[in-house]
Design a protein around this ligand. Structure first.
Ligand code: ACO
Length: 332
């Protein structure tokens, strides 16, 4: 069986910084409330007219270049997002076109919300392991700012999210730097706890209309406390599964890169794993929750900051809507 390595990795966030103070003027909130409850100081929002694919395209190009290949060398593009440019088709064929790829490669999207990037790693890893593909572009990216209610009524969710994405190129390797394992899970009993219903076939005969919009069914809804409670159980649980699977202990791990949803969630996960916050990467204060984007963005920044290096063991974990959750161990 082949092994898969991350041969190229990059991220893109919009230039526009939206601080908590900016939100105070829109949402009847305070910098103090947001920082205390979530650890977020600011996030990035795209400028009007910028789509998800446009935002993440520079990251795709950089990841491809870093992997030492041309876009035409890709065998597949797989995107994880909940904020695709169009309702359909998916963003992957759009990126194929924007990258100028003329060959008829495989290109499709998956929907696994905040856990999407680790789901993508699992899918990509399988394609490399079986020998089906040699160069796969994985993209986790979301423009959450266009899903939010930016009025006081939306403040409970609106302050938490930001825009951003990342891309990774997977390739086969015979070396020692590779994805050791991936573990993905879901519990559909959590569907109603975190969702945006419209546009959706549940509203047959129209997936979306003015009545659906007036009732706010197109906006994200969450039961924040339930989400919190499940996140702090499922992420440690999946880290422990991954460690056990690889016969490793948390002491062997250089860095845990967890989905950046909330600083208090990260702190609780660290406590439950009995690790110091030095071992838990944090950049939520800068970007908020970018959904499918948090893991690749955090990986890029942690790498640039020297938080892990070649040969180190890193653990990824995420939790999100579905509920879905996941973990992965990589020897860098
Ligand atoms: N500004 C000011 N006040 C607010 C705001 C806001 N933005 N939002 C809510 N409040 C008020 C509420 O109205 C409520 O007021 P009340 O007591 O007068 O009724 C009070 O603050 C407390 O609200 P709660 O919802 O109970 O606050 P809680 O302490 O649970 O924190 C939070 C809310 C931050 C959402 C928390 O539950 C959480 O982090 N949950 C995890 C959710 C999450 O991360 N979701 C992201 C997607 S899933 C994922 O990525 C894992």
């Amino acid at each position: 069986m082949n092994k898969a390595k991350i041969a190229g990795l990059a991220y893109s966030v919009p230039d526009r910084v939206v601080t908590n103070h900016d939100l105070e003027t829109m949402m009847d909130t305070t910098d103090e409330w947001i920082q205390t409850r979530s650890g977020i100081k600011e996030r990035r929002w795209v400028e009007e007219g910028m789509s998800n694919s446009g935002m993440v395209l520079p990251a795709c190009k950089k990841a491809i270049k870093d992997a030492g290949i041309e876009p035409e060398d890709l065998d597949a593009i797989i995107v994880g997002t909940v904020s695709s440019d169009y309702n359909f088709p998916g963003m992957a064929p759009m990126l194929q076109q924007q990258l100028g790829i003329k060959t008829n490669i495989s290109a499709f999207d998956i929907s696994a919300a905040c856990s999407a990037f680790i789901y993508l790693l699992e899918i990509g890893n399988q394609f490399i392991q079986t020998g089906k593909y040699k160069n796969i572009l994985l993209v986790g990216s979301d423009v959450m700012s266009c899903l939010l209610d930016k009025s006081p009524a939306g403040r409970a969710t609106g302050v938490l999210f930001g825009d951003g994405g990342g891309a990774a190129v997977l390739q086969p390797t015979e070396g020692e730097s590779y994805i050791l394992s991936t573990h993905t899970y879901a519990d559909g009993s959590g569907v109603e706890m975190l969702k945006a219903e419209a546009p959706g076939s549940i509203f047959y005969p129209n997936r979306i209309d003015s009545d659906i919009v007036a009732k706010g069914h197109h906006l994200p809804f969450q039961n924040g406390r339930e989400v919190f409670k499940n996140a702090v159980v499922r992420m440690p649980e999946s880290i422990n599964v991954a460690l056990k699977h690889n016969n490793l202990s948390i002491e062997d791990v250089s860095l845990v890169i967890a989905h950046q949803a909330n600083y208090r969630i990260l702190k609780t996960v660290a406590k439950r794993m009995d690790i110091s916050m030095d071992k838990m990467y944090v950049n939520i204060h800068k970007y908020g929750n970018t959904t499918a984007g948090t893991i690749p963005i955090a990986m890029c920044e942690a790498l640039a900051e020297g938080k892990f290096k070649k040969g180190d063991i890193i653990v990824l974990t995420a939790f999100g809507a579905g509920y879905t959750w996941a973990s992965s161990i990589i020897r860098w």
